[in-house]
Write a protein that binds this ligand. Sequence first.
Ligand SMILES: [Ca+2]
Ligand SMILES: [Ca+2]
Length: 452
Amino acid sequence: MNIEPSRRMWWSGGHCHRCLVLVSLLICSEAVPISVDKTKVKLPEEKVQEPPQSVDTGLHYDRYLREVIDFLEKDQHFREKLHNTDMEDIKQGKLAKELDFVSHHVRTKLDELKRQEVSRLRTLIKAKQDLEGGKDMAVDHQALLKQFEYLNHMNPHTFEVEDLDRLIRSATSDLENYDKERHEEFKRYEMMKEHERREHLKTLDEEGRKKEEEHYEEMKKKHADHPKINHPGSQDQLKEVWEEADGLDPDDFDPKTFFNLHDTNGDGFFDEQELEALFTKELEKIYDPTNEEDDMVEMEEERLRMREHVMNEVDSNKDRLVSLDEFLVATKKKEFLEPESWETLEQNQAYTEEEMREFEEHLAREEKDLNQKSVDLQKQKEELERQQEQLNAQKLELQQAVEHMERLKTQKVEPPVEVQVLDSDGGNAAPVPPSNSQPLPPGHLQETPTHS
Ligand SMILES: [Ca+2]
Ligand SMILES: [Ca+2]
């Protein structure tokens, strides 16, 4: 039995070419020989297995996921279990239980990874709170950590069976929803684009607005004007790839050879990335990055739609991989030989008017909140300034008081000194005022009575 596809699936899903590479890394590790599809026809030039690369699943905990896998991979017992456990058992948590048998060294490392991850999440939570202006609030990390389901936050110190189980479940389900999220994101992107266009129109006078509208319609028309798009996954489409990208004679078209040529990593399956690569020729008919009217974000959405469509049609066991058998079965179908025309993205608006209205309301609410926040901030600023002024005045008063005290102190410590000047009789002459008193006017000394 070939169980590779299902095993692969536990983090395949959604967008997952990148994670498929990751999982094929696990499966194609040298220590465990992989079963090779016997139906596979070797091409004249033997394909070299791609070296392991660091891949990004697109999940926010991607790094943690990859590091955990990397370490588990180093444990021989776990690696063997991974290769011998099928998808259902993995989902039931049987694989996670094997964690109890991995080496102490690996477990220690996993504990460390988890502590780092928990600390990263705490930092994230803190940063988020700071942004929301809750600097002074006590942060209940325990409660907030609950939202992260891919690890057991109740025990932030050690990596246990439950942590691996949660990681597997979360990665599987998050990746399955990945395409859905991408579609939603795309819809928001399109609505934002439209919103900005409408806002810009508002700033123009009537003539400017008319000109802008005309230009918009012209660009729309220009974008829609492109050669016919072949139905994704149809014979016509694949033949074009065969002829133009592979440089082969269309008369020699052979599905099996085609499959092997485009199974780039040579694992016997078309994964999502390999499928998406097949549509580049078609997409180039519609999109040119140097054209104002062609939006490359839309191109990627179109690529995603094409891949989903082919996956739906061809992947009969729903493991998100197209095996050679599935591919060959599909090439016998009517849809392959005489496909319907393919409706491209620009033929259907990504959102309804109702959705657009809701979106704009949402933006307006956000703006109102922002304005309110800015008013509050202004008030706070004014209050702070007032307090600062008060403080400055108090400081000045204090300073004056201190100076006054200093003066008083000086007067107490050094009372006016009376200098006694003795006359020739040893008697007391009139007291001479201290040196700091007014200087005597010139000639005064001469007037002092002297005795000879
Ligand atoms: Ca492949
Ligand atoms: Ca399949």
